[in-house]
Design a protein around this ligand. Structure first.
Ligand SMILES: *[C@@H]1O[C@H](CO)[C@@H](O)[C@H](O)[C@H]1NC(C)=O
Ligand SMILES: CC(=O)N[C@H]1CO[C@H](CO)[C@@H](O)[C@@H]1O
Length: 249
């Protein structure tokens, strides 16, 4: 516990040195969220506080609060493309097509592509491309070079997670990054906990890396803020792949 606080404090101090610590996107506060604030701060914003989104991470295991996809506050597509999502605009036709097929707003797909690959269709790794989704999600379970297949695969995965969580966008986005709830066998059958990514099991699975993932998306990209640039102060549960000697990240 003390360790967690120490790390949080350190990231606040770091953030204070490099950039402003809040931003007001002017989109109001989400009435469906707890701990929501009009301004975005490192650990809260219009779509709820990071502690609320991460409910259970510090004790017991992740127990995601409910928020429907349609209830999220987010910028519109044109605002996103003319701002922080500029690199995604060239792929608009793919987001539009998958959005229509799966009934998901294209801006949500472009936001995932930004978080996952900085909207770089050539991003590699075991989960390649814009959406960084495993090949299992492609038609026939095999990755292809088609950008449309990649966006469709990511969208299919997101929608399947929304379906299996009874419409919970918090749980579905967490799943996209490898977060899990109790009962799936991992972490002694507990949900994701703060010490899991650095446990031997967590490290051998190589996921999830970032416990500020939902905060970054819901209160960062969705509000048009640049989580990988000037607004990198968003999110306090940072892991970034590094573990300290006490099995925490
Ligand atoms: C999600 O659920 C809807 C409604 O039951 C269904 O039509 C659709 O095929 C499901 N999609 C995915 C990707 O699981
Ligand atoms: C999409 C959207 O704006 N959803 C909700 C977010 O919060 C506002 C303000 O509280 C609600 O009015 C919306 O229904």
């Amino acid at each position: 516990m003390a360790l967690r606080n120490a790390i949080t404090l350190a990231s606040f101090v770091l953030a204070a040195g490099v950039a402003a610590q809040s931003a007001d996107p002017g989109l109001g506060v989400n009435s469906h969220a707890q701990g929501a604030t009009e301004e975005v701060t490192p650990g809260a914003g219009p779509n709820g506080s990071e502690d609320w989104l991460n409910t259970g991470i510090n004790d017991g295991g992740w127990n995601p609060p409910f928020m429907a996809l349609d209830d999220l506050i987010l910028v519109d597509l044109q605002t996103y493309y003319s701002g922080v999502g500029q690199a995604c605009q060239q792929y608009d036709q793919y987001f539009q097509s998958a959005g229509k097929q799966y009934n998901v707003s294209p801006v949500i797909l472009a936001i995932i592509a930004m978080q996952e690959s900085s909207c770089n269709a050539n991003a590699g790794g075991p989960t390649p491309g814009l959406m960084q989704v495993s090949c299992d999600n492609y038609p026939n379970g095999v990755c292809t070079d088609s950008i449309q297949d990649n966006v469709d695969a990511g969208t299919n995965y997101l929608v399947s997670q929304i379906n299996s969580s009874n419409g919970n966008a918090v749980q579905a986005f967490g799943s996209y990054n490898g977060w899990f709830t109790a009962g799936n066998g991992l972490n002694n059958n507990k949900g994701l906990t703060a010490d899991y990514p650095c446990s031997s099991e967590g490290q051998s699975n190589g996921e999830p890396q970032n416990l500020d993932y939902i905060q970054q998306i819901f209160n960062g990209w969705m509000l048009g803020l640049d989580v990988y640039g000037d607004d990198s102060w968003i999110g306090t549960y940072k892991c970034a792949g590094s573990c300290n000697g006490n099995n925490q990240c």
